[in-house]
Design a protein around this ligand. Structure first.
Ligand code: BJW
Ligand code: ZN
Length: 246
């Protein structure tokens, strides 16, 4: 056991020295970083997609077919997430941002926990469960009602509101997407934390950053399709591993 711990701390020391020598840092996070806060992940044993069919709930077609069903599912998740708070991994990333002038956090998570933890330069590329968008006029607003009144309507035009999240078959929001490309293109140290790396286009981001010269470190409970191109994969819980980078 001691041998394993020593080996881990040696590897982390080497990575920290690499991090200290870097200027443009990007952290890319997925559902795994919020798992220790109590937010269910999508895939795996107790994942959301084990209980529900993604195509019934997370596609524009399912919303057109049954906005009530989709809103009920989001209300259930809003209720579940509202009392939860950030964990040591979210906090560690917020602290890293304070230490590095060029630190970008790209998250696929819609739970808002990175911002709660104090991260500022956050790109929520799959949107936010705490935002709604009008299906008629596209107006976006924050909404923290739990539960939200079904069906919610736009204050500006009366149109039907939808969750401001990215469903399957939808493009990433163009402004966030541009910022993401820019950050990945110049990044010299990329940390990929708690994502299964199977959902595109995000799954290709580590490949892109690496091709552009980034050093890639992955933190996950298990190996993923990102592992083959990562310079290092540290297997472990994000809440335990990420704070070691401070
Ligand atoms: C821990 C841990 C701990 C646990 N510590 N680690 C075939 C090939 C390629 C692409 C496609 C294809 N067929 C269809 C597509 C496209 C599709 C796609 O990628 N599908 C694949 C699944 C096959 N992608 C899309 O449709 C995207 N849009 C698109 O492609 O648009 C094209 C277009 C262009 C122009 C015009 C029009 C269209 C959009 C994808 C949107 C994904 N949306 C969701 C729902 C968001 C809203 C919501 O939450 O309600 O996003 S799906 C879901 O998956 C969610 C997540 O952000 C995303 C990624 O999941 P994530 O974060 O990786 O979580 P998990 O659960 O998968 O993994 C958790 C990981 O953590 C695991 O690895 C654990 O081991 C680890 N872990 N605990 C560390 N404590
Ligand atoms: Zn509207």
């Amino acid at each position: 056991m001691k041998g394993i711990m020593e080996e881990l701390s040696q590897r982390i020391e080497q990575l920290k020295s690499k991090l200290r020598d870097s200027r443009y840092i990007v952290a890319l996070t997925g559902a795994g970083i919020s798992a220790e806060s109590g937010v269910p992940t999508f895939r795996g044993e107790n994942g959301l997609w084990k209980q529900y069919r993604a195509e019934d709930l997370a596609t524009p077609e399912s919303f057109t077919r049954s906005p009530k069903l989709v809103w009920e599912w989001y209300n259930w998740r809003r209720q579940l997430i509202a009392p939860l708070t950030y964990n040591a991994a979210h906090r560690a990333l917020a602290e890293l941002e304070e230490k590095f002038p060029h630190f970008t956090l790209i998250t696929q998570n819609v739970d808002g926990l990175h911002k709660k933890a104090g991260s500022k330069n956050v790109l929520e590329i799959h949107g936010s469960i705490w935002k709604v968008r009008c299906t008629a006029c596209n107006h976006i607003s924050e909404n923290y009602e739990v539960p939200i009144k079904i069906l919610p309507h736009c204050k500006m035009c009366g149109g039907l509101l939808r969750p401001h999240v990215v469903w399957f078959g939808e493009p990433l929001p163009p402004d966030v997407s541009e910022e993401t490309q820019r950050a990945l293109g110049v990044c010299d140290f990329l940390m990929v934390i708690g994502t299964s790396g199977v959902v595109h286009p995000v799954a290709s981001f580590p490949y892109y950053a690496r091709a552009k010269g980034a050093f890639v470190v992955e933190v996950n409970l298990e190996r993923t399709p990102i592992s083959p191109i990562a310079h290092e994969t540290i297997l472990g819980k994000a809440g335990e591993i990420v704070p070691l980078f401070l």
